[in-house]
Design a protein around this ligand. Structure first.
Ligand code: FMN
Length: 373
């Protein structure tokens, strides 16, 4: 795909350390193999918010993800439906929410961005309700749109304005450009009656705004962009149905901690009151299992799904999900976890445990029962 588009997806804010930090954090954690358990049957199905999914992973909302390839949103919907995983449409998505609901059926979630325009917000929520969405995600980590340096450097603005320097970049990628032109240049498809402005002021989205949405929406409310245990606890007390631990893929704050680093503390604080969804740098089955072992109930993927689409269109995305399923299954087999519910803290490798393994004549801090778990 053109560099301009690649940079739009791949980029982060500032020096782009946060997106790197996200993926490095999963890499830092190693898992503890266990042996001699019959692993003939491994079940990847996961219960979340009253529904069973085929895998503990789904597609995170991405504004203008139609830029991955022509028909990208439809491909995401059909892969989600066929593989029984959720796909979350962004308010700034390039397919209408009615269309997505029809394509992805009950696999479709809707991510809602509040802007200052109350009428527009009301109309969006009504439309989502009428289209049969039950899971509403409120993204709260973009009070102000962060500087995305690569976009600034590339002169990428929305609505798109073609500049002389884009022409060569676009022309060099006919495989991307021609189908996009033939299908119509993707734009924000849910902004009827108002104009999409990328850096729209969302700073009025505060606690009372979220409380009002909670009152209004009869389905599940999931708050996305939570990075603090106290915030998570307050949201649970307010009656939210799930917490989505996310730092927007490192696109909002360059010095933000990795999601893997805040996840265990948030789980500890809220206990098992509501499910936790996590994203940020997740790309493999190992990452998925690590996230579940650290306390998440479900994982979501942004960039890697976009890039799979860009690389191989629908087949690319299908293959990516198949790889995730195969890897998750293999990792679970190595850890002796036959079902998603068997993945937990015991799956995380701990140096301390190994140092205290009983030696002949030595003493141990770990009891026999603990070892057998
Ligand atoms: C191109 C792009 C657009 C995004 N647009 C949105 C959006 O409209 N709403 C939202 O809540 N998050 C948005 N995100 C953040 C993702 O939902 C998700 O939190 C993040 O991509 C996860 O990190 P990962 O890309 O490392 O998997 C976007 C991310 C990307 C890469």
């Amino acid at each position: 795909m053109p560099r301009l588009i690649h940079d739009f997806v791949d980029g982060g804010t500032g020096r782009e350390r946060a997106s790197k930090r996200n993926s490095e954090a999963w890499d830092r954690i190693t898992l503890q193999p266990r042996i001699l358990k019959n692993m003939a049957h491994i079940n990847l199905q996961t219960r979340l918010l009253g529904r069973t999914y085929g895998l503990p992973v789904g597609f995170a909302p991405m504004g203008l993800c139609g830029l991955a390839c022509a028909n990208a949103d439809r491909f995401m919907a059909s892969v989600a439906r066929d593989t029984d995983i959720p796909t979350c449409l962004s308010t700034a998505g390039s397919i209408s929410l009615e269309d997505l609901a029809e394509q992805a059926q009950s696999q479709a979630w809707f991510q809602f961005y509040g802007t200052g325009d109350r009428e527009f917000a009301e109309a969006l929520l009504d439309r989502a309700d009428r289209s049969g969405y039950t899971n509403l995600v409120i993204t709260v980590d973009v009070p102000v749109l962060a500087r995305r340096v690569r976009d600034l450097r590339n002169g990428l603005v929305f609505p798109f304005r073609l500049r002389p320097r884009h022409v060569l970049d676009l022309a060099r990628h006919p495989g991307w450009l021609i189908p996009i032109l033939l299908h119509g240049i993707p734009g924000p498809a849910n902004y009827s009656g108002t104009t999409f402005v990328r850096d729209h002021n969302r700073s009025y989205v505060d606690w009372s705004f979220v409380a009002a949405i909670r009152q209004r929406w009869s389905g599940n409310v999931i708050v996305k962009g939570v990075m603090h245990a106290g915030d998570a606890e307050r949201l649970v007390d307010m009656g939210m149905d799930a917490i989505w631990v996310s730092n927007h893929g490192g696109r909002q704050l360059d010095s933000v901690p990795a999601t893997a680093d805040v996840l265990p503390g948030i789980r500890e604080r809220i206990g098992n009151k509501v499910p936790i969804i996590v994203d940020g740098g997740i790309q493999t089955g190992d990452d998925i299992v690590t996230a579940l072992a650290l306390g998440a109930n479900f994982t979501m993927i942004g960039r890697a799904a976009f890039l799979a689409l860009a690389a191989g269109r629908k087949q690319g995305l299908e293959l990516f999900v198949q790889c995730l399923a195969a890897e998750t299954r293999t990792v679970m087999a190595q850890l002796g976890a036959r079902g998603i519910g068997e993945i937990g803290p015991r799956c995380i490798f701990s140096r301390g445990e190994h140092r205290s393994v009983p030696t002949i004549g030595g003493s141990s801090r770990i009891t026999k029962q603990e070892h057998e778990k």
